[in-house]
Structures are given as C-alpha cells and as structure tokens.
Write a protein that binds this ligand. Sequence first.
Ligand SMILES: Nc1nc2c(c(=O)[nH]1)N=C([C@H](O)[C@H](O)COP(=O)(O)OP(=O)(O)OP(=O)(O)O)CN2
Ligand SMILES: [Zn+2]
Length: 120
Amino acid sequence: MTFRISKEFHFSASHSLAGLAAEHPCSRMHGHNYVVELELAADRDALSDVGFVRDYGDLAAFSRWLDQEVDHRHLNDVVDRNPSAENLSRWIYDKWHERYPELSSVRVSETPKTWAEYRP
Ligand SMILES: Nc1nc2c(c(=O)[nH]1)N=C([C@H](O)[C@H](O)COP(=O)(O)OP(=O)(O)OP(=O)(O)O)CN2
Ligand SMILES: [Zn+2]
C-alpha cells in the first residue's frame, strides 16, 4: 500500500503556444491563473516517525521558487520548452524531483476545467 499526499500552489502568468494554427486563440499571448499540485508518495512502511510522507511545510522552497521565478512572468521566457500545461508539468517535475525524491506527480491547471499531469 502507498500513501500519497498533495499540496496546491498558485501563480499567474502569460504565454503563447507555438505550432498551432494562426487562428487558434492559444497562439496569441494570453494569461492564466495557474494551479500546480505536487503529489508525493511513500510506501506504507516508509512514513517518518511522525507519520508523514513529508512535512507539507518542506514544500515552502517550491512555493518560494514559484513566486520568485514563475509568478507574473511570460512563461515563454522562463520555460525551456513550449509552455503547454503538459510541458509545464514535466518541466516542474524535472526541476524538483531531486529535491523531493518522493515527488510522484505534478499536475497543472490553466482553467477551472482543465488539468494536465506528469507521472513518470
Ligand atoms: N492538451 C492541451 N490543450 C490545450 C492547452 C494545453 O496546454 N494542453 N492549452 C490551451 C490554452 O493555452 C488554454 O489553456 C485554453 O484552453 P481551453 O480549455 O481550450 O480554453 P477555454 O477556457 O477558452 O475553453 P472553453 O471550453 O471555451 O471554456 C488550449 N489547449
Ligand atoms: Zn493558455
């Protein structure tokens, strides 16, 4: 059995997506109020003595990075790939899985109706 925990973070940013037809609205610069959900997992025998997969408070470093490096920026200037929700979720996973080895998935929402997930 596996325990899974998650915590949600928010940022606002602009982007445009390359490779779409010119008339596709997402080829134009526009913005979203993004939601990022980090999920961390541990085997049932691997919880800390307190009973944590990891203290939610340890994710403050991720929150600071999001605020400082991503929030209120143009994602095409920040991300090293086309900033779709899918690519953002993998970009975040690649940047943070060494710091948080329990990281099991990253989910990114651009609108209240949409989610993309990277789960290696
Ligand atoms: N698979 C993906 N499809 C789309 C992405 C994406 O990252 N991955 N991104 C966009 C746009 O950037 C933006 O998110 C718009 O999405 P969409 O849901 O199509 O836009 P609306 O909110 O206007 O949709 P309504 O159904 O009209 O409310 C597009 N696709
Ligand atoms: Zn968009």
